[in-house]
Design a protein around this ligand. Structure first.
Ligand SMILES: NC(=O)c1ccc[n+]([C@@H]2O[C@H](COP(=O)([O-])OP(=O)(O)OC[C@H]3O[C@@H](n4cnc5c(N)ncnc54)[C@H](O)[C@@H]3O)[C@@H](O)[C@H]2O)c1
Length: 356
C-alpha cells in the first residue's frame, strides 16, 4: 500500500462535515485505514444519507454540533487531540445560498474562522487541509482552467462565501501559522464531485437516482452548463496526499491553495453527465426546463491541475466515463441489495489498488 495510506493508521483525524457526502466517504476511508476518527457536524438533513447508510455513527467519535459554536468546537478539538484536521463543513448548495445568504456566510466564513481559531489552541494538530471550492474563483466564463493565483470572487452567496473563506485562511496562515513548528496547512479547491451514496436535495446525481427509483423523468435546468466532474475518491486522495506532505514537513508548500480537478476530458455538460448515468436505467427520461427566473449559475467552469500534478505528484485516477460508471454502479448495486458499506469498501479498495 502507498505510504500515504499507511500514514493515517493509529492517527487522530478530526473531520468537520463528516455527515455530508464527501465527509462520509472520507470518514469511512480513514476508518478503513485504521485512523481514530472524530467527526464534527450537524446531523444529516435528508433521508437515506450516506452517513447513515455506512453506519458511521457507531464506528467513529460522532459529534453533532455547530461549526458556528466557537467554544464547543475548540473544546471538542482539544479533547480529540488530532494529528490531522480536514475541514469540510459548509452550507454547500448554491441555490440554498440564494435563499439563505446570511446562513451561508455565517457557516462558510465565520464557521471556517472558528475552525482556524480552534487550531490555534490545539498544539497536537500537525496538518490542516481546508476545503473551499472551485467556485471561489471569480468566474469570467474563461475557456482555460482557473489557476491557484487567479482572482477570487463570487457572483452568488455560496461562491462569495468560499472566496471569503480563502481570505480568512490566508490571514490566519500569515498571522498565526506561518512560523508554527511542526504544523502545515493548505486550502483546496476541488471540482463537482460525483459518486455513490449522495442523497442531497438539489444536486444532479441524487435527482437522477430519485427519478430512476420512482420511474419518473429527470428535469434539467442548466443542461449546457459545463462542470469539472470528478469521482469523489479523486479529490479525497488529493487531500490525503497533501496532508501527508504537510505532516512530513510543510516546507515551501505551506499556506498555499491547491486545485484538485479532473482531467480536461471530464469538463462536460450537465446533459452529458445525465445521459451517461441514465443509460443504466432505461426508464429515466430527460426533460429540459430552463425557467426564466432561475438564479444565475456559471455556464463554464474549468480548473487547472498542473500545480498539484507537478508539486505533489497527484493526478486524477478516473476519466469522466469511469467516474460516471463507478457512480452508477454504486447505486445500482445498492438498489439490487448490496450493503452500502460493502460497496463503498470495494470501491475504495479498487481505487487504492489502482493508485498504489
Ligand atoms: N459536492 C461538491 O461537488 C463540492 C465541490 C466543491 C467543493 N465542495 C465543498 O466540499 C465540502 C463538502 O461538500 P459536500 O458535498 O460533502 O457537502 P454536504 O452538503 O454533503 O455536507 C456538508 C457538511 O457540512 C455540515 N454542516 C453544514 N452546516 C454546518 C454547521 N453550521 N455546523 C456544522 N456542520 C455543518 C453538514 O452537517 C454536512 O456534514 C464543502 O465545503 C463544499 O463546499 C463540494
Amino acid at each position: 500500500m502507498s505510504a500515504v495510506f499507511d500514514l493515517f493508521q493509529g492517527k487522530s483525524v478530526f473531520i468537520t462535515g463528516h455527515t455530508g457526502f464527501k465527509g462520509s466517504w472520507l470518514a469511512f476511508w480513514m476508518k478503513q485505514l485504521g485512523a481514530n476518527v472524530t467527526g464534527y457536524a450537524l446531523a444529516p438533513d435528508h433521508e437515506n444519507a450516506l452517513f447513515d447508510a455506512l453506519q458511521l455513527e457507531g464506528d467513529i467519535n460522532h459529534i453533532v454540533a455547530d461549526i458556528r459554536d466557537a467554544q464547543r468546537l475548540e473544546e471538542e478539538m482539544q479533547k480529540a487531540k488530532p494529528d490531522f484536521v480536514f475541514h469540510l463543513a459548509a452550507q454547500a448548495l448554491i441555490r440554498k445560498s440564494y435563499a439563505e445568504p446570511l446562513l451561508t456566510f455565517d457557516t462558510n466564513v465565520m464557521g471556517s474562522a472558528n475552525l482556524l481559531n480552534a487550531i490555534r489552541t490545539c498544539p497536537s494538530a500537525r496538518a490542516l487541509v481546508y476545503i473551499t471550492s472551485d467556485k471561489c474563483y471569480f468566474n469570467k466564463e474563461l475557456n482555460r482552467g482557473y489557476h491557484e493565483d487567479d482572482l477570487l470572487g463570487g457572483s452568488d452567496p455560496y461562491s462569495g462565501s468560499k472566496a471569503c473563506a480563502e481570505l480568512v485562511f490566508q490571514s490566519y496562515y500569515l498571522s498565526y501559522f506561518k512560523d508554527r513548528e511542526n504544523f502545515g496547512c493548505a486550502s483546496t479547491r476541488a471540482g463537482n464531485v460525483i459518486g455513490g451514496g449522495d442523497r442531497s436535495h438539489d444536486r444532479i446525481v441524487p435527482d437522477i437516482i430519485r427519478a430512476a427509483e420512482r420511474g419518473e423523468a429527470v428535469t434539467l435546468r442548466h443542461p449546457d452548463a459545463t462542470r469539472p466532474w470528478q469521482h469523489v475518491l479523486d479529490p479525497l486522495y488529493g487531500y490525503m496526499v497533501l496532508a501527508a506532505r504537510l505532516y512530513d514537513g510543510p516546507d515551501e508548500i505551506n499556506g498555499q491553495g491547491w486545485n484538485f480537478g479532473p482531467p480536461d476530458s471530464s469538463m462536460r455538460t450537465v446533459l452529458d453527465l445525465t445521459q451517461g448515468l441514465t443509460k443504466m436505467w432505461e426508464s429515466v427520461e430527460i426533460n429540459i426546463d430552463r425557467p426564466e427566473d432561475a438564479p444565475h449559475e456559471a455556464t463554464l467552469l474549468h480548473l487547472s491541475i498542473e500545480k498539484a500534478k507537478g508539486a505533489l505528484g497527484w493526478s486524477p485516477h478516473y476519466e469522466f466515463d469511469q467516474a460516471v460508471e463507478k457512480t452508477g454502479a454504486w447505486y445500482k448495486a445498492v438498489m439490487d441489495g448490496k450493503a452500502p458499506k460493502d460497496m463503498t469498501a470495494a470501491q475504495i479498495q479498487d481505487y487504492m489498488d489502482g493508485v498504489s
